[in-house]
Ligand binder design. Structure first.
Ligand SMILES: [Zn+2]
Length: 372
């Protein structure tokens, strides 16, 4: 039963600070702290929720769980602004100023560390942008459906014996829009308007490349973002079990290792792009009867890291991927389903570009479906 006695917040703060002194600073020993999000009792971070996240990050000597982990788990994204204890953080500006993960940590004693100091956070206010209806979890079942192997028709309504997915690394929706407005991805735009998808968090390839072929989410609580091995059966395996010929064709490195289905194509002509070698191999495999191809263009991510995702150099890498897609399209039989997809977007950081945050430019990606 609630006490009817009214206590002012200031009195509570004084009491808590005295308590902290009394127990030698270990205010977490009681384990009783609660942070609500947007004042909604449904969105609560407490010690139990905190301990459920295995991922820990240390920034400037302070260890905690990135606040973004909790916001993502609650479906509160893409994030544009967060206000904690009266202090507002422009999430995009913070991402632009940070090399990788945003420096907002929830610590084990229920405070928030912002990279510089501690904030007492009884409540956190989060402003989010529109979230797409579908996520990259919907791709794998849709691919199975398209091939007549089960799944569901969430993203792809048609069926075909042959499906080719072009995976343009890091071409998030904002980059797609900018490239489109520059008129440099006309082959891609000729395939129709994209649906926006939310990618998986953290918005990095190793997470989303796995989700792409398994339809399974990463384990955010486990924080296990290091393995390139898929977490479960892949669409490629299912296709092969049904007698289809399936390949993952990419460059020298791959965010996901699909085992025997993988064909690696390094930059043999040393023109700075692998996409041309990848496309030559994809055209060859399609001509030899492949039913399902994932065609991965990595250059558009690599170059975005060096120069920034909206730089002329990074835009040129999207143009180059588009040219390669344009080489392959005339080789495809009528009825082939073509998909253009990106695993994540990106944002500027000091000295280049990166991604991995809960901001719109990292989290929202295009998904285009076209029947030849
Ligand atoms: Zn990247």
């Amino acid at each position: 039963m609630m006490s009817s006695m009214r206590i002012s917040p200031a009195a509570v703060a004084v009491f808590l600070s005295l308590l902290a002194v009394a127990v030698g600073g270990c205010i977490n020993s009681a384990g009783a702290w609660t942070i609500t999000i947007n004042g909604n009792p449904q969105y609560v971070i407490d010690r139990t929720v905190y301990d459920g996240f295995g991922y820990r990050l240390t920034i400037n000597g302070t260890t905690g769980v990135p606040l973004e982990q909790f916001l993502y788990a609650e479906g509160l994204y893409p994030v544009t602004e967060v206000t904690i204890a009266g202090r507002s953080y422009d999430w995009n500006a913070l991402a632009n100023a940070t090399t990788f993960e945003l420096p907002l940590l929830v610590t084990a004693d229920g405070r928030v560390f912002d990279g510089q100091g501690y904030l007492r956070a009884g409540n956190i206010n989060v402003t989010v942008a529109d979230r797409p209806a579908h996520t990259s979890l919907d791709i794998a079942p849709s691919m199975l459906y398209a091939l007549g192997l089960g799944g569901d028709d969430t993203l792809i309504q048609g069926r075909s014996d042959r499906v080719v997915l072009f995976y343009v690394d890091a071409m998030g929706y904002e980059r797609y829009e900018q490239a489109k407005s520059r008129g440099i991805i006309n082959n891609i735009t000729s395939l129709g308007a994209p649906e926006k998808l939310a990618c998986m968090y953290p918005s990095v390839s190793i997470v989303n490349g796995k989700t792409l072929i398994t339809g399974m989410p990463p384990d955010a609580g486990k924080g296990d973002y290091e393995s390139h091995l898929p977490d479960g059966p892949t669409v490629l395996e299912t296709a092969a079990q049904h007698g289809l010929i399936a390949y993952w064709i990419g460059g020298n490195t791959s965010p996901v290792d699909p085992g025997d289905f993988r064909i690696s194509c390094p930059d043999r002509n040393e023109n700075g792009y692998e996409a041309d070698e990848v496309t030559t191999e994809a055209i060859r495999q399609y001509g030899s009867g492949a039913d399902l191809l994932y065609v991965h263009y990595k250059d558009s991510d690599t170059i975005a890291h060096v120069y920034g995702p909206f730089s002329d150099e990074a835009m040129a890498s999207l143009e180059y991927a588009d040219i390669q897609i344009g080489r392959m399209l005339p080789c495809l039989d009528p009825g082939t389903i073509v998909i253009v997809y990106a695993d994540h977007g990106g944002h500027k950081v000091p000295g280049g570009g990166n991604h991995g945050c809960l901001i719109p430019s990292d989290m929202i990606v295009p998904f285009i479906v076209h029947v030849i």
